[in-house]
Design a binder for this molecule. Structure first.
Ligand SMILES: [Zn+2]
Ligand SMILES: [Zn+2]
Length: 139
């Protein structure tokens, strides 16, 4: 399952920091990249590193499932919400002004405020770089 946007999860960063071996560190990056863009996990890779990734990925998937209701995400209501936010923000990142790699971020977290899920005032246009930083800041 490919993701809408590339979020470099704190959990992945912590895992990479904990790996001492430089070659294995790179392998971990390789897995994250392949999984993020293609939704697959490379087979011919160090077993320990692979297992480590799967463990973290499963944990994140579980958390994301409760955070994002998949049906809501695929709904036309969601797509419409996203479009309205983008139009309001003139297809521009509201943090740095970039017009590339845009994502629409929920200001109040989905899981914490279901009523605001499709409220245009609860959405903000960000570029992927700023989006990543916002999530890192939120923790
Ligand atoms: Zn930005
Ligand atoms: Zn977000």
């Amino acid at each position: 399952m490919a993701r809408d946007s590339f979020i470099f999860y704190r959990e992945y960063k912590e895992a990479i920091d904990s790996i001492k071996d430089k070659k294995k560190k790179l392998m971990f990056y390789e897995i994250i990249t392949e999984y993020t863009f293609y939704g697959t996990i490379p087979e011919n890779i160090d077993v320990g590193i692979r297992a480590m990734f799967i463990l973290i990925k499963d944990k994140l998937d579980k958390a994301n499932k409760s955070y994002w209701n998949y049906e809501d995400r695929r709904s036309s209501k969601y797509k419409n919400w996203k479009k309205q936010v983008l139009i309001r923000d003139s297809y521009t990142c509201q943090r740095c002004g970039s017009k590339e790699n845009l994502v629409v971020h929920h200001i109040e977290k989905f899981s914490e405020n279901k009523k605001l899920r499709f409220d245009v005032n609860n959405g903000i246009t960000l570029c992927q770089k700023c989006h990543k930083e916002v999530h890192e800041y939120e923790g």
